[in-house]
Design a protein around this ligand. Structure first.
Ligand SMILES: O=C(O)C1=C[C@@H](OP(=O)(O)O)[C@@H](O)[C@H](O)C1
Ligand SMILES: C=C(OP(=O)(O)O)C(=O)O
Length: 429
């Protein structure tokens, strides 16, 4: 599928973005493991989260409301999942895979988990290693690194785990396995990654504490189902934030965006670049901070994006590269080697695709250097099956001269169903 983008002068209007993908996955998983009913409002009906729903249905969990935006999960408790008669399919979703492996590790049955071609190339040893140390057994290619993976779960022991990567998926996999172990499981990461798992576990009744970059969880808690209201996804809002910021004369308000401090790195970067971004109507929703984000267009300056900022905006880097291309001066992105193991190699693909727009961009092993300030030229570009690449290219198309055609736009509903309609609502053809 192709998305055809015509340049536009400015974006105007008020809009909300679909529910947060990370929180929607966790609502299904923890709702399933809780006692009683969990009602999820503003659940993201994106393909990744629907893959999570499919896996839990296959393990006997009753989930209703897939036709609307309110999902109801009948929790089965920590002991209640059933062996799936078929292979579990995580589709394109790394979050489904890694978090689910943590849960499957604690089950007294066998499971087989697979995904699409992109997911079959992504590293899983980062979770199968600590889960093996906890007592689970895996069989998979490349030393249990690649899907498909067979898992034989069982009685787990709590561990103290030191992760090499600042990854919420790794941290969450170990913590979710820790639910099934007696005693305290702890995870220490190099810098803090998104903490939605910890927040939701607490909200459902588990004992979780953070000390610096370490999170500790007491095993075998009694989780209680509850209402969960999912905030708008800042990673989806990012495309609109950047689009408005690079189009002078724009003025948009994105309502109800989750601005959890472990996720809001894009707001810091926009601020550093001199963008006019305002946080309005701050409030808290089920333990997650939420606000309306107003963005006005203007001129941007190059910046550096590195260090502990990276995990706070990892999924926003493709679109931040577009902001950098439109800014005056140079932008350096480093410490972001993780980008190479996402849905595509996001360093190589961003460099190649933005290069087609005429952007001067140098690929580095852990990031990229972008020379901003040259005008972009409309082009034909590819998503490489990566939703964030497709949407970043579309945003570049809004400021480029002439028409831009994004091939592989069918990847977009993985995280942002309705993306094209959102652009139209704000004035794009
Ligand atoms: O835990 C999560 O929900 C996610 C964590 C991040 O991945 P890593 O944990 O691999 O960095 C992020 O890129 C992904 O989109 C969602
Ligand atoms: C990396 C992403 O997701 P996942 O790891 O869940 O596939 C993403 O949404 O950009």
């Amino acid at each position: 599928m192709e998305l055809i983008i015509n340049p536009v002068k400015k974006l105007r209007g008020e809009i909300s973005v679909p529910g947060d993908k990370s929180i929607s996955h966790r609502a299904v998983m923890l709702g399933a493991l809780a006692q009683g009913t969990t009602e999820v409002e503003n659940f993201l009906m994106g393909e990744d989260c629907l893959a999570t729903v499919g896996c839990f249905k296959a393990m006997g969990v009753k989930i209703a409301g897939l036709d609307g935006e309110k999902l109801t999960i009948e929790g089965v408790g920590l002991e209640g999942l059933k062996e799936s008669a078929d292979i579990l399919d995580a589709g394109n979703s790394g979050t489904t895979t890694r978090l689910l492996l943590g849960i499957l590790a604690g089950q007294p049955f066998s499971s087989i988990l697979t995904g699409d071609d992109s997911l079959k190339g992504r590293p899983m040893a980062r979770v199968t290693k600590p889960l093996t140390e906890m007592g689970a057994k895996f069989i998979g290619r490349d030393n249990n690194n690649l899907l498909p993976l067979a898992v034989r779960g069982g009685k787990l022991k709590a561990i103290e785990f030191y992760s090499q990567v600042a990854s919420a998926q790794v941290k969450s996999a170990v913590l979710l396995a820790g639910l099934f172990a007696e005693g305290e499981t702890s995870v220490t990461e190099p810098t803090v990654s998104r903490d939605h798992t910890e927040r939701m576990l607490k909200a459902l009744g588990a004992e979780v504490v953070r000390e610096g970059t370490t999170v500790k969880l007491k095993g075998r808690p009694e989780l209680k189902g509850r209402k969960i209201q999912v905030p708008g996804d800042i990673s989806s809002a990012a495309f609109l934030i950047v689009a408005a910021a690079i189009l002078p004369g724009s003025d948009i308000i994105i309502k109800g965006v989750g601005i959890n401090p472990t996720r809001d790195g894009i707001l810091d970067v926009m601020n550093n670049m001199g963008a006019r971004v305002e946080i309005q109507n701050f409030r808290e929703q089920n333990g997650e901070p939420v606000a309306d984000v107003r963005v006005q267009g203007g001129s941007l300056q190059g910046t550096e994006i590195s260090g502990s900022l990276i995990p706070r905006l990892i999924d926003e880097i493709p679109v931040l590269a577009v902001a950098a291309a439109c800014a005056k001066g140079t932008t350096i992105i480093k410490d972001a080697a993780e980008l190479k193991v996402k849905e595509s190699n996001r360093i190589a693909v961003v460099a190649r695709e933005l290069g087609k727009f005429g952007v001067k961009i140098e690929e580095r092993s852990d990031g990229m250097i972008i020379e901003g300030g040259n005008s972009l030229k409309g082009c034909r570009c590819q998503s490489f099956g990566d939703h964030r690449i497709a949407m970043a290219a579309a945003v570049a198309g809004l400021v480029a001269e002439g028409q831009t055609i994004v091939e592989g736009a069918e990847a977009i509903p993985v995280s942002y169903p309705g993306f094209a309609d959102a652009l139209k609502l704000l004035g794009v053809e």
